[in-house]
Design a protein around this ligand. Structure first.
Ligand SMILES: [Zn+2]
Length: 196
């Protein structure tokens, strides 16, 4: 069984308190993200928001993750090797470290045709990152559309809703019904270890 993990938008503008679109409480998942990035036996995929100065998305959201800015970097606490230079200059999307980066300038990374071809190879696809009900949701939707039954690592995701809110419970319940397997970080590490 081949496993892949997708880290959705773990970038400074979303996860640093000073970020342009800071997700409150995002720092609480850093330890789990780091644990996954360091120990999971799965190919690491990173989606990154990647916007031009005048990106049409800024009609909907305030400007964020602008190409060449610090805010567009993956937070160093999770991936110290993933430098800004790499994110910006990487043209073949595969790094020396065997990480795969998918840039996107919309909510769904599936708007970038490459993603389907990559995740297609994997039996287990784990998903974590921010924001649960926006870009993580788009990742899950894309995988479900492809016929995958992805794993959602709930304690390595952060929502704009309160952790204990009914909205978040309903969201997770709906995706569980749709076939998404809801797990925590410890289980993800165990599953990836034992299905290799
Ligand atoms: Zn964006």
């Amino acid at each position: 069984m081949r496993s892949a993990i997708v880290f959705v938008d773990c970038q400074r503008d979303f996860m640093d308190k000073s970020g342009k679109l800071y997700v409150p409480g995002a720092e609480k998942i850093i330890e789990n993200l780091l644990n996954l990035a360091t120990h999971i036996r799965a190919t690491r995929h990173w989606t990154v928001d990647h916007h031009a100065n005048d990106d049409p998305e800024f009609a909907t959201y305030p400007p964020h993750c602008i190409i060449g800015t610090e805010g567009a970097e993956i937070i160093p606490e999770v991936h110290p090797c993933m430098s800004r230079e790499f994110i910006i200059n990487n043209t073949d999307i595969i790094s020396k470290n065997n990480d795969v980066v998918f840039r996107k300038n919309t909510v769904s990374v599936f708007d970038n045709g490459d993603v389907g071809e990559y995740v297609h190879f994997y039996d287990n696809v784990f998903v974590c990152g921010v924001v649960t009900e926006i870009c993580v949701k788009a990742m899950l939707d894309g995988l479900l559309d492809m016929g995958h039954k992805p794993f959602l690592i709930v304690d390595a995701c952060r929502s704009l809703w309160d952790e204990e809110s009914q909205e978040l419970r309903d969201f997770i319940g709906a995706y569980a019904l749709a076939g998404v397997k809801i797990i925590d970080t410890e289980s993800a590490l165990f599953i990836a270890e034992n299905t290799k």
